[in-house]
Design a protein around this ligand. Structure first.
Ligand code: ADP
Length: 206
């Protein structure tokens, strides 16, 4: 495990606001690597002890405990580097779904250098509920199938995740309207983040 701090952009916002969609779009561009904690957890074997531990929390709309989350996240980043899927010297991490608690925010600061925070904002959460129910079927996600679990995740977001923003310099935060076509959201994100990334990596024109 290296001691370098990974240059990162945070994708922030409530469940279903479009973090995954935007992360995938950004990751298609050289220089950006999308890393979603939800995807890391879902890649665990559902029958393993860790996979069962994840399901125990996610199916209730609760956060996985911070220590386990941080450990799995760090191991995953190291495995990306080891397998040459991420090069910290030329690429920025797009972190999606972490940090999700103030404790995670403090813990992750040892590992990352935050270049900017993309805060996706949707004033009407009811708009998101239907989208998530559709995703339940498309992506086989038990946590999206039950409206009560979806609403619980919004509660957890408001209570535990929203305060995370206060632990970062306000100048890093870019609020983006998430209620637009994905291409327009992407455009707004790029306008906000490209100046943050400018000059951060030596061979940026690669
Ligand atoms: P969503 O944003 O729609 O809730 P995710 O795929 O980001 O979906 O997360 C799914 C579940 O994985 C969460 O409800 C939670 O149980 C768990 N999870 C993801 N990221 C974290 C995190 N940083 N800390 C704790 N639990 C997490």
């Amino acid at each position: 495990m290296s001691s370098q701090r990974f240059k990162s952009l945070l994708l922030f916002g409530p469940p279903g606001v479009g973090k995954g969609t935007q992360g995938a779009l950004l990751s298609a561009m050289p220089g950006f690597v999308h890393l979603a904690t939800g995807d890391i957890f879902r890649s665990l074997d559902r029958n393993s002890a860790l996979g069962q531990e994840f399901l125990k929390y996610s199916t209730q709309g609760l956060l996985v405990p911070d220590e386990l989350t941080m450990r799995l996240w760090r191991e995953y980043v190291d495995s990306l580097i080891e397998h040459e899927h991420y090069d910290p010297t030329t690429e920025a991490l797009i972190l999606d779904g972490i940090p999700r608690s103030t404790h995670q925010a403090e813990a992750i600061k040892e590992h990352i250098d935050v270049l900017g925070i993309i805060s996706l904002v949707c004033p009407d959460l009811d708009l998101i509920v239907e989208r998530l129910k559709k995703r339940a079927i498309e992506q086989d996600r038990p946590d999206d199938a039950d409206e009560a679990v979806i609403r619980q995740r919004f509660e957890v977001f408001a209570a535990q995740t929203q305060p995370v923003l206060q632990s970062f310099d306000a100048a890093l935060i870019h609020e983006i309207n998430a209620v637009q076509r994905p291409a327009n959201v992407l455009q707004d994100i790029l306008d906000a983040i490209l100046p943050c990334v400018e000059g951060q990596f030596e061979d940026a024109m690669g």
